[in-house]
Ligand binder design. Sequence first.
Ligand code: SF4
Length: 431
Amino acid sequence: MNQNATQPVMPGSMPRRNSRQASIVWGDNIVTIGGGAPVRVQSMTNTDTVDAIGTAIQIKELARAGSEIVRITVNTPEAAAAVPSIREQLDRMGVNTPLVGDFHYNGHTLLHDYPECAQALSKYRINPGNVGKGAKRDKQFAEMIELACRYNKPVRIGVNWGSLDQDLLARVMDENAARAQPWPAQSVMVEALITSAIESARKAEEIGLPGDQIILSCKVSQVQELIAVYRELGRRCDYALHLGLTEAGMGSKGIVASTAALSVLLQEGIGDTIRISLTPEPGAAREKEVYVGQEILQTMGLRNFTPMVIACPGCGRTTSTTFQELAASIQGYLREQMPVWKNEFPGVEEMDVAVMGCIVNGPGESKHANIGISLPGSGESPAAPVFVDGVKVRTLRGENIAQEFQAIVDEYVRSHYGPGAKKQATQEAAA
Ligand code: SF4
């Protein structure tokens, strides 16, 4: 026996942090955040809200991709006036995803002057650094919270380091200067962010907003700072937390930075809803931020959204692009089917599909997946064995491997997750 093996190695994240649970509601759709609910994926539009049709179409696309909540900018009277029309169009299209209004500077006026907007939104985002200056700050913040109470809407108090309340920052800096050993500037900034979020939440509660209707966020653009801020925020309060690295950036940099920061926090049980702030590449679909959020949660084993494609990276043993094309096409196909499959074939999101480039790891990895295909590498016989639940069932050859493999996947989904599949599984277990 190996004397170093003193206890079993148990993969998995730490227990989720205890938090209050907020409910974001539209009609029958109640999206819970915190309090043990699954970590939610949300997104934000980048259309002009005044363009009600364009905004409704983008929200529909984000919702179809799996965004459970969608935030929209409400920055002008015209935008506030467009919100009820956006909501109406979504309802007509059968999209019941709750909408969050993003307010800065004039939110108190817009929510007051446009009651139908206040009603059509399911949550308000308030940035305490952008609600007004000096004496106006507390008054305007209070007005927004009172309107949230009146319309029974939850609020995200969303602090952002780029728009931190300057009066509060000055106060925290003064307090720091009075310390026998002043903290470094970076720690003072972190302290100011956390203080702004928690003090604003406490104020909102004093005004009458229930604590379980408050969600906090404290976004910064540096990974290590974000981790430090949220660890401390999570320790100091039990409000539900919205995670996100602000201004994460474009392309792989944005994805990697968001994944690095959020993975550490989620692994520690911190975070109840996430938004990935990717800068879209020109012409790229906005849904990418939803898919990245889902993939972070799914690869960490926290939630399942869509069948996972396991594919090898390829190497000198497979010089053709066949397996790359098959991996990409099956990944796209599975994602495309999910809006329908998730209702018709419950549990299908847990399915694994392996697409491997050659015989070295192909059969082994394919046997571990629900369905796997091992394509022929360079110099191997032009045959692709297919494995279903660990058993080799077919060998595909020729030009139509992709179509034939897709048909096998379809059949697997119907027989394993369709009507009657559960009964069959139960009968098998009982036998
Ligand atoms: S499975 Fe084959 S093709 Fe894929 S990385 Fe491994 S050796 Fe290379």
